[in-house]
Design a binder for this molecule. Structure first.
Ligand code: MSP
Length: 648
């Protein structure tokens, strides 16, 4: 049977509004799961929601809902966000589901029967916000408030059930020593070991029902409900069905619990002890990643600095958001979010490097590949770069070092772009060197295939589109230049990513939390031209059809585009309008489009304007664009009609 891989995210509090911190863990887990699936492993990816507790109960009361009605509504925020972010989980567990509650009650009964649970009177500082007791010292160190939330704490005395966690201190230390990979990164493992140097206390695992009714009742004392963390941690096992059942045998112990650093102690000290007591093996690894901060501060609803992933997606698109979050900070470390950094990554890595590699040879989409043959020196060198880049990618992604993995893959993206520059397919085509052109195209299309096959776990949408254009219905990780069949062509398509204008993008991203989201910016514009609020234009005077018919409009395909030698605002294009020679057209679109993103684009051209010189360069026609003097977008036909097609 294929090797298996079981990966989980924390189950999120349904009461919270999801932000990029939540999205981060889930995108990372999804990327890992997609990678393992791609490598042919029997992969299971679990996420879910944490739905019990005092906060949920209070929020529901405030809104006049039952807690169940409330969580049924709020859980949808997460379900919808995961859909938006292209998260392909195998299971979504909710702690209010009967399948989960049954397992938790079974665990509690088993521990009770074994004498692992006992009742005791307990007094302590209770924090409603953190849903836990704190010791005197902890509260004193936090100026008399909850060390987690900074909110008020109450002194409470009550009888509760305790789990004999203290019995497991030695075993925990021994387990971690014998399984050095079980907690990662190393620095986090050392934190846990540091925590275990102090005597471990028993864990209070119940709450009196009189104070908190929204929880799973203890099976042996219905006056109590289960402590939320005991309830929540059990999800990783309960989602596999009954212990000893088919799914459980197949996937437990989990290979990876991905968590934020804030909940590491729960996932190691508490969870491993619970599993020891239940006679189950701990997960093979708990990996704690760092936190996204905003201007070095924690994201929080009350501060109002929460970044909404939906808004980022509306500006950049889902693939770019996934790429940015994984590329920007080394996994395991904290990192500061800034819209400027997101924009820079987008325009440089995705537009200039990746999209460019895919798009700049689109013009020769119809050129069939020759049969694979022996590689020339340049092709062998490119393949060697591919081998190194993908080995690095594989190695780093399996250690969850997404940034290093992507950096490694980008060495191939850059080498591919350089190869295009050096072996100039346009020059080969012009010289009629079709044999060499076919070789160069093979190397480039195979390079594209290798890049997008690997990148598909991070940017699934864009990569699937490129694979489809190459005629493939799934990624193919083979690092060879003889995979695409001889005779194959490529379906041309639009650029994957279009350059975004800084001002308009930053304005859209800088929208205050809670304010209506700014409209997504359109591709690069000189001055913001908002599609949402077009400036009123005076009604034009009418003309006869004969007047209109005087303008000859044709579909053109951009063959090349470069900067005008004497004007920043202008680009000089060569456009095929179906005539024996391409037209040279000078257009004021340099602030809106990078020249290389236009190659292969279909546009609309006025072909019967008297030629004119624009800053010393002759223009033999005019392009149609929306936006008046502030160009917002070139016009392009919906379908891939031939160059020279009449437009009327
Ligand atoms: N319900 C518990 C988890 C129970 S798991 C058995 C919980 N939920 S949570 O919704 O508050 O957050 C869960 C996770 O979201 C964190 O562990 C972390 O993975 C992620 N993040 C929340 N804020 C974050 C940042 N600011 N940055 C990065 N990730 C953070 O805790």
């Amino acid at each position: 049977m294929a090797e298996r891989f079981y990966v989980t995210t924390p189950i999120y509090y349904v009461n919270d509004v999801p932000h990029i911190g939540h999205a981060y863990t889930t995108i990372a887990a999804d990327t890992i799961a997609r990678w393992h699936r791609l490598c042919g492993r029997d992969t299971r990816f679990l996420t879910g929601s944490d739905e019990h507790g005092q906060k949920v109960m209070r929020a529901a009361e405030k809104l006049g809902r039952t807690p169940q009605e409330h969580v049924d509504i709020t859980v949808q925020r997460f379900v919808r966000l995961w859909e938006t972010l292209d998260i392909k989980y195998d299971d979504f567990i909710r702690t209010t589901e009967p399948r989960h509650q049954e397992v938790v009650r079974g665990f509690l009964q088993q521990l009770h029967d074994k004498g692992e649970l006992y009742p005791k009177d307990y007094s302590g500082w209770y924090s409603t916000s953190a849903e836990r007791f704190w010791s005197n010292e902890e509260v004193a160190a936090a100026d008399g408030r909850c060390p987690d939330s900074g909110q008020a704490v109450e002194w409470i005395t009550e009888r509760n059930y305790f789990f004999r966690m203290s019995n497991y201190q030695e075993r925990l230390i021994a387990w971690i020593a014998a399984h050095p990979q079980s907690i990662q990164p190393e620095s986090r493992k050392n934190e846990v070991l540091g925590f275990l140097r102090k005597p471990l206390e028993d864990l209070c695992i119940s709450r009196p029902r009189a104070r908190l009714s929204w929880g799973i009742p203890l099976p042996f004392d219905e006056d109590y409900v289960t402590y939320v963390w005991f309830d929540a941690l059990s999800n990783y096992v309960s989602a596999l069905g009954p212990v000893g059942g088919e799914q459980h045998q197949r996937y437990w112990p989990a290979d990876l619990h991905l968590v934020g650093k804030d909940i590491l102690t729960f996932h190691t000290v508490y969870w491993f002890s619970m599993l020891f007591a239940l006679g189950l093996e701990p997960p093979r690894q708990v990996y704690a990643h760092g936190w996204w901060t905003i201007k070095k501060e924690k994201m929080s609803k009350s501060v109002g600095n929460v970044i909404d992933p939906e808004q980022l997606v509306s500006v950049f698109g889902v693939d770019a958001v996934r790429y940015f979050l994984l590329r920007e900070i080394p996994f395991g470390y904290d990192g500061d979010y800034s819209p400027e950094a997101a924009l820079l990554r987008f325009n440089s890595d995705l537009v200039n490097d990746f999209s460019n590699l895919v798009h700049r040879i689109v013009k020769w989409s119809d050129t069939p590949l020759g049969a694979p043959g022996p590689l020339g020196q340049a092709e062998a060198e490119l393949l060697a770069v591919a081998a190194r880049a993908t080995a690095g990618f594989r190695d780093q992604i399996e250690r969850y070092q997404f940034r290093a993995a992507l950096e490694s893959l980008w060495t191939l993206v850059s080498a591919g772009n350089k190869y295009v520059d050096t072996h100039a397919p346009w020059a080969l085509a012009k010289a009629g060197n079709t044999e060499r052109l076919a070789e160069v195209l093979r190397a480039l299309r195979e390079t594209q295939r290798i890049v997008v096959s690997h990148l598909a776990c991070v940017c699934p949408g864009a990569c699937t589109r490129v694979l489809a254009r190459l005629g493939l219905d799934a990624p193919d990780l083979r690092v060879r230049f003889d995979v695409l069949p001889g005779g194959s062509t490529v379906r041309p398509g639009d650029p994957l990513f279009m350059r975004l204008d800084s001002e308009a993008t930053l304005a859209a991203l800088g929208a205050l939390p809670g304010a209506p989201p700014a409209p997504p910016p359109s591709p690069k514009k000189e001055t913001p031209v908002s599609e949402a609020t077009p400036a009123p234009t005076p009604a034009p005077a009418t003309i006869t059809y004969d007047d209109f018919a005087k303008v000859a409009l044709r579909v053109g395909i951009v063959l090349s585009a470069e900067k005008h030698p004497n004007a920043d605002r202008l680009l000089v294009l060569k456009v095929d309008v179906g005539e024996p020679e391409p037209r040279q057209i000078v257009a004021g679109i340099a602030k809106v489009y990078e020249p290389e993103t236009l190659v292969g684009k279909r546009i609309v051209v006025v072909v019967n304007l008297t030629p004119a010189k624009l800053r010393g360069v002759e223009s033999q026609g005019m392009l149609l664009a929306a936006g008046g003097s502030d160009v917002a977008s070139l016009l392009t036909p919906l379908h891939e009609v031939a160059a020279g097609s009449i437009v009327k």
